[in-house]
Structure formats: C-alpha cells, structure tokens
Write a protein that binds this ligand. Structure first.
Ligand code: SF4
Length: 179
C-alpha cells in the first residue's frame, strides 16, 4: 500500500516552525517510514505530485502569492494544519496590521534611515502586498492548530503520529506552549 503523503510550506514565516519539525531528531526516520514527503522546502519538491493526507502550514498570508499557495494546499491536502503563531494569528509579521499599508511602504522604501534614492517596488512580477497579514483560517478552512513560536517538536511529532495512526493524540501540558 502506498504511504500517505505530507506537504509543508512557509508563507509569511521565518522557517522556525520548519526547524521545529526537524527538531524531532532521529524520529524523522520513523516519520519517513510512515509518510512520503511531497511538496516541501524540506526536500525542495516545488509542485504537488498527488493528493496529500496532511499539509503543514507555517506563516500567515501577507501577499497574493501566500494566498495562492495556501489555496493550493487546501485543494491538495485532506487535513490542513496551521503550525505556529504566524499561521494561527499572523504572528510577528502582523505587527504591521495596526499601521496603514502606505505608511509601512513609505517607511521601508522611502523614509527609512538607511534608504538612499528609494522607490516602492511595483514590478508586475512581484506578488501584491495585502492590506494586512491574515491568519490562515481567515483564508481557507483549517482543520487543526498547533500553537507555539515555534510549536515544540514533541507537539508536532505527537500530533502527526496521532493523525497517521488514527490513535488519540497524546498532548500533555508540557508539550504545548503559547509563546
Ligand atoms: S511561529 Fe515563530 S517560529 Fe514559526 S514562523 Fe512564526 S515567528 Fe517563526
């Protein structure tokens, strides 16, 4: 029987949540026995090769490309999981949500102390910046949420094993954190 597939992506995130996936250490060998990795920065597969059982999403949506990728994960993954505070609540990138977008762009590209002859990028090849950073569940349906910045490796491991084996998740207090 073919193994179920798992896919991962980083939207507006820092890759710290992916580092936490790798922090399951030698259990990654056990994970490789249970699943096959599909589209993911971990193996550098760029496109889906078929339907995946699980999609792990790091980061929220700050631009049009993030939205497009997130929608493709919803379409190709049976179970979609928001991993970490950026995916769940917008995280650090959403600190710009209280400031008008124009003000953010002006500060970054025109008025910042290190800017010389600045201009706001407007190449049509670039993804459009959204008015604010959106948590993933405001864009597509999310099935599960793994909190933390990043979530502990044990939390990711326990949740994946539960999903892949159909057993109840073992989530003791010590493996869950909200910062
Ligand atoms: S939740 Fe934390 S570790 Fe994960 S992408 Fe956001 S800032 Fe990075």
């Amino acid at each position: 029987m073919p193994k179920p597939k798992i896919a991962t992506c980083s939207l507006a995130g820092c890759f710290g949540c992916h580092m936490s996936v790798l922090d399951i250490d030698e259990r990654i060998l056990k994970l490789a026995e249970l699943v096959e990795f599909d589209k993911s920065p971990i193996n550098d597969i760029k496109n889906f090769t078929g339907e995946c059982l699980v999609g792990l999403i790091e980061g929220g949506c700050c631009n049009s490309e993030n939205v497009e990728v997130l929608r493709s994960f919803r379409k190709n993954c049976k179970i979609l999981i928001s991993v970490g505070e950026c995916a769940i609540m917008g995280g650090l990138p959403s600190m710009r949500n209280g400031i008008p977008l124009k003000e953010c762009l002006d500060e970054a590209y025109l008025n910042g102390p290190s800017v010389v002859d600045g201009q706001i990028p407007n190449d049509p090849e670039l993804p459009l910046i959204l008015d604010r950073v959106y948590p993933c569940h405001e864009v597509v349906k999310i099935d599960y949420f793994l909190p933390g910045c990043p979530p502990r490796a044990d939390l990711i491991w326990n949740a994946l094993v539960a999903l892949l084996t159909g057993q109840p998740a073992d989530l003791p207090y010590e493996v869950i954190k909200y910062d």
